[in-house]
Design a protein around this ligand. Structure first.
Ligand code: OAD
Length: 238
């Protein structure tokens, strides 16, 4: 472990073109559960599987149940950025990190001070009407009761990408460009199981692919440096 941390520290010191690609594991040390760990959202008892509840057709069919899940499981009170978010923001400020590409919807990278954050799956800190697309503050959606409605009668929805919905093209294009041109690509806190997001890392062409994840991923054999440790812990030491 010491060797690997020292190696990563040196790689970071030598580069000014780092890109970070992350997922739910980046926020677990802030107290937000991930999806696929044993205590993650997908292993908790719920009336329907979370993939079903978090789908476009389910949202349309049963917004009531969707919002029960959303408020109980996606919204976590009082969360703060952890050492991984904070160090990534600092690396950007130092001119070393070019972009954070995240699958997370919690806004914690921005809360830590990161400016260039590409949110592949959107954010629960934004809301809009699913009928007229008028934007709304997220408070009522995240903290209120029942199904929030727009003045036009439409259902207000979170600005997140639900299953069955496409990713935003501009964000994907931008993410590909950053990954393709990166000197170092650090991937962390993601099981790399969800496409198309996970597939974006195939655009990396360099020879410094760093993977920081507690459990194994399908991409472990492609990594030039692999660290199976807590990501906040790792970033506090590089
Ligand atoms: P997953 O829950 O699939 O994977 C999280 C990974 O992070 C797991 O492999 C854990 O081992 C690892 N992990 C957890 N805590 C960690 C820590 N402190 N340090 C390092 N690693 C840690 O989450 P994602 O890969 O982000 O999509 O899931 C991708 C997408 O699936 C999500 O964006 C969400 C979900 O369905 C949508 O909602 C559209």
């Amino acid at each position: 472990m010491e060797d690997k941390i020292a190696q990563l520290r040196q790689m970071i010191a030598d580069s000014d073109n780092i890109v970070f690609f992350g997922g739910a594991g980046v926020s677990t040390e802030s107290g937000i559960p991930d999806f696929r760990s044993v205590d993650g959202l997908y292993n908790q008892k719920w009336k329907y599987p979370p993939e079903t509840i978090l789908s476009h057709s389910f949202f349309e069919r049963d917004p009531e149940e969707y919002y029960r899940f959303h408020r109980e499981k996606l919204v976590v009170d009082g969360v703060k950025p952890n050492r991984a978010h904070l160090r990534l923001a600092q690396l950007e400020q130092e001119g070393k990190l070019k972009a954070v590409i995240t699958q997370n919807i919690d806004g914690l990278h921005q809360a830590a001070g990161s400016k260039n954050v590409l949110e592949l799956h959107g954010s629960i800190l934004r809301a809009y009407c699913s009928r007229c697309r008028r934007p709304y503050p997220a408070e009522e959606m995240n903290k209120g009761q029942g199904v929030p409605r727009c003045a036009c009668g439409g259902v207000i929805r979170p600005d997140i990408v639900l299953y069955e919905e496409p990713l935003d093209n501009d964000i994907v294009r931008s993410a590909i460009a950053y990954i393709r041109n990166a000197d170092i690509l650090i991937i962390g806190g993601t099981s790399l199981n969800v496409y198309p997001a996970a597939g974006l890392i195939n655009y990396y062409r360099g020879k410094k692919l760093v993977l920081i994840n507690l459990s194994e991923t399908p991409y472990d054999s492609y990594a030039d440096l692999i660290i199976h440790e807590k990501i906040g812990e790792v970033f506090s030491r590089v």
